[in-house]
Design a protein around this ligand. Structure first.
Ligand code: NAD
Length: 317
């Protein structure tokens, strides 16, 4: 098959692109490199630098594409609180531009990477796809708006759409930006470097951490399953982990005892979030295979930034 992956030089997109290319598919990537790194992509993947709202560029890249994966987005909850207009432009405007270009090029299917963040604060856990979304940040609003645009425009124009609500993905290749870094690579880096693990609030908040290979399997399946048009599907691990439990696993896997530093809770987060996976099992035959501890071990083995950190640690101790 021929695929275009928007945001394909990012963490999830590059893992997906390399996986599909290994399976013999033709893979094109468009990424503006605002957060991505084309160095993550194998030589089999065809990379173009560009904005997902650049329709002339998209027309060219969409030529003879069977399925688009739409992953291009700004992805930080705290940053979205500071710059909501930018998040709206990239995540909502970019999605609508892509749908227009797909219509023009006659592409049949799009798989949207949405987020578990759209659920917000829910009294019932695990969260099922039919719950009313209660987004608590501009990021979550933008992902929910993208879902509505994709499904609404898709139905009007005859484009098949699949929405995957991904929970907290982690694994090799996830960048650690200087501000607002994702919690898992941040904790691992801090633990290996002997720094403190910064915990927002009392550490009882929970998340659903899902390993990258499981996410990639779900994305890959979503391109070809029949009768899946308009479905919205959670992709997580199905396990709820609080921050204290996460710290314990990080300590076990790194072999370092870490100092926890509690700071004021940030806005935009929720106290509990875990995915119900029945729809994922039904539609995609999805069962997560890698638990948190195994995933963290793989992260240490496979992510160059941690292999180097672990080596430096070993040399200095
Ligand atoms: P990422 O930041 O690594 O990847 C996003 C990519 O999109 C980056 O490479 C960035 O350069 C690119 N990009 C941003 N704006 C763009 C634009 N206007 N035009 C072209 N490219 C643009 O993040 P990720 O974790 O790989 O996330 C990928 C997708 O999955 C996002 O849509 C995100 O909302 C979604 N998602 C991720 C997670 C997670 O835990 N990582 C969870 C839920 C949903």
């Amino acid at each position: 098959m021929r695929f275009l992956i928007t945001g394909g030089a990012g963490f999830i997109g590059s893992a997906l692109a390399n996986h599909l290319a290994r399976q013999g598919h033709r893979v094109r990537v468009i990424d503006d490199l605002s957060a991505g790194d084309p160095g993550r992509l194998s030589s089999q993947v065809n990379f173009t630098r560009g904005d997902v709202a650049d329709k002339p560029k998209l027309w060219r890249l969409l030529n003879q594409v069977d399925c688009v994966y739409h992953l291009a987005a700004r992805v930080s909850v705290p940053e979205s609180i500071l710059y909501p207009r930018e998040y709206n432009a990239a995540n909502v405007g970019g999605t609508v531009a892509l749908m227009e270009a797909m219509r023009d090029a006659g592409v049949q299917r799009v798989v949207l990477a949405s987020s578990g963040a759209i659920y917000g604060q829910q009294p019932e856990q695990p969260v099922t796809e039919d719950l009313t979304p209660r987004p608590t940040s501009p990021y979550a609003v933008s992902k929910l708006a993208a879902e509505y645009y994709v499904n609404t425009i898709g139905a009007l124009w005859g484009i098949e759409t699949v929405v995957l609500r991904i929970f907290n993905a982690f694994g090799p290749g996830q960048a650690i930006p200087p501000t607002h870094a994702p919690v898992i690579p941040q904790f691992v880096q801090q633990a290996l470097g002997g720094g403190s693990l910064v915990i927002f609030g009392d550490g009882t908040q929970t998340r659903d951490y899902v390993y990258i290979d499981d996410v990639v399997e779900a994305l890959a399946a979503a391109a070809t399953v029949r009768g899946i048009d308009q479905q919205i599907i959670n992709i997580g691990s199905g396990h709820e982990t609080n921050v204290h439990e996460l710290v314990e696993v990080v300590e076990r896997v790194t072999g370092r005892e870490a100092q926890a530093l509690h700071v004021r809770v940030e806005s935009g987060g929720v106290s509990r979030l875990v995915a119900d996976l029945q729809q994922a099992g039904h539609w995609l035959e999805y069962t997560p295979k890698i638990d948190l501890e195994t995933g963290l071990k793989l992260l240490l083995e496979r992510d160059p930034q941690f292999i180097m950190a672990a080596d430096t640690e070993a040399r200095s101790s």
